[in-house]
Design a binder for this molecule. Structure first.
Ligand SMILES: [Cu+2]
Length: 452
């Protein structure tokens, strides 16, 4: 099932840069214009129009910040500000971010470029921007109070440095950072190699792992949460509304994953093995690249991996911590597997007539349940596939490998049809017994032995 938003999204025309008037070409200009994005959908890659050629990245459910050239310097304008971000259809979060969205836009440039990044602070408190992994002068490093004073509300600071190496880097505040990162302030910074043939791929995806703690029915993250987040997001977006990674059969593909959450995430991709080719420290030499099917992304780190898309199909890609493929859930729910809930149900229904006992035979029924939800939240296990409920949320998407996908086409091609004879099917012969909820093997509250 493709929803309308997905059709309008990836690769579709009409990207919604809402204030992109012509960039001035002379050098007398004042502040570069700050582009704003009003969409949470994946925007088509931004091909370079001047300077060295490179293959641009595709930020899943994100976009690339436009720049202007000023006397040989690449100028960008980041605006730190409160934003409304659609974490999923039907769920808006009031976050802090950059240029209209959280996560912030991806900054793309080329090794050897000199960049000048204007940072305007529209937040109610000071901020800074730290350029994680980049080699730069100490005073440009963005640690408030150490590198330079914080940027006061309403002010604009300028960061300027040379990009001495290519790779994948990140940016985030280093001023009141616990609050500002819990509110969604972060983005990625890709420096392409000067030689366009070095580490060249056909498709280059970018995912920032982040997390929020937003109670169902509310809009603002709880900023004091340390580890027990309830929304595990990629680029501030949750499945089923994370866009798929659309790939043409035979493409060489890179996936770059940064982690600015408070815990590690083992990112697992089905259908392939792949090689780890880059960390935020730099490219891994070919002789040292190692094979994986899951790559653990440590906190405050980036890993990139590559594969050749030889296997057609719909392949899950997700965090392997199973609580991270769930949407908002209570974590203090008792385990009811094997319990006989009829007595409890009778008692609860005296005060709450609609009460339904859940989880006595597992929780798979949550995937298709349609209980009334509070406003502004999404089901814990959401998303429908071609064969029923997907029972996934959070950090989950699908790599869709198809024949005949054009180079800049990222539009959802729908579900893969497995060729005849290549799909699991039902055995119709004789069957052994299976475990029911109250089979002796599954009971955790066996009936008391009667005395006498
Ligand atoms: Cu995870």
């Amino acid at each position: 099932m493709i929803n309308r938003r997905q059709l309008l999204g990836a690769g579709a025309a009409g990207a919604t840069l809402v204030s992109s008037k012509a960039w001035g070409q002379t050098m007398n200009m004042g502040l570069p214009e700050a582009a704003e994005m009003d969409s949470a959908l994946t925007q088509a890659p931004t091909r370079p129009t001047s300077g060295p050629d490179y293959n641009p990245v595709v930020t899943l459910n994100g976009w690339t910040l436009p720049h202007r050239m000023n006397n040989g310097v690449k100028e960008f304008h980041l605006v730190a500000e409160p934003v409304e971000r659609e974490l999923a259809d039907g769920m808006v979060a009031r976050l802090w971010g950059y240029n209209g969205q959280s996560t912030g836009p991806t900054i793309e440039a080329v090794e050897g470029d000199r960049v000048r990044i204007y940072v305007t602070n529209r937040l109610p408190e000071h901020t800074t921007v730290h350029w994680h992994g980049l080699i730069l002068p100490s005073g440009m490093d963005g640690v408030g109070g150490l590198s330079h004073p914080g940027i006061p509300p309403g002010k604009t600071f300028i960061y300027e440095f040379d990009l001495t190496k290519s790779g994948t880097f990140m940016y985030h505040p280093h001023g009141d950072e616990m609050v500002q990162m819990a509110m969604g302030m972060m983005g990625m910074f890709v420096v392409h190699p000067k030689d366009p043939d070095f580490m060249r791929v056909d498709r280059d995806f970018l995912i920032m792992l982040n997390a929020f703690d937003i109670d169902p029915g509310s809009y603002i993250p709880k900023i004091m949460t340390m580890t027990d987040f309830n929304l595990w997001t990629w680029n501030s977006r949750i499945f089923p509304d994370i866009d798929p990674l659309v790939v043409n059969h035979g493409d060489k593909v890179r996936v770059r994953v940064g982690n600015l959450t408070m815990t590690n995430h083992p990112i697992h991709m089905h259908g392939y093995d792949f090689k780890v080719t880059c960390t935020d420290g730099g490219w891994v030499p070919e002789s040292a690249q190692w094979p994986e099917v899951s790559i653990d992304i440590p906190v405050g780190a980036m890993r990139a991996y590559e594969f050749v898309a030889e296997h057609l199909g719909d392949w899950a890609i997700h965090c392997h911590k199973s609580h991270h493929t769930m949407n908002a859930m209570g974590h203090d729910v008792p385990t009811l597997i094997g319990t006989n809930s009829s007595n409890m149900t009778r008692q609860v229904r005296r005060v709450q007539p609609e009460f339904m006992p859940m989880g006595t035979a597992g929780m798979a029924d949550m995937g298709e349940m349609s209980m009334p939800l509070p406003d502004n939240t999404v089901p814990m296990m959401a998303g429908w596939g071609p064969h029923g409920p997907l029972e996934m949320g959070g950090m989950f998407s699908v790599v869709k490998v198809r024949e005949g996908i054009d180079a800049d086409d990222y539009e959802d091609p729908g579900w893969y049809e497995n060729p005849p004879g290549t799909e699991a099917y039902e055995w119709t012969g004789e069957l052994p017994d299976f475990a029911q909820n109250l089979s002796p093997e599954t009971q955790i509250t066996p009936k008391p032995i009667s005395k006498g």
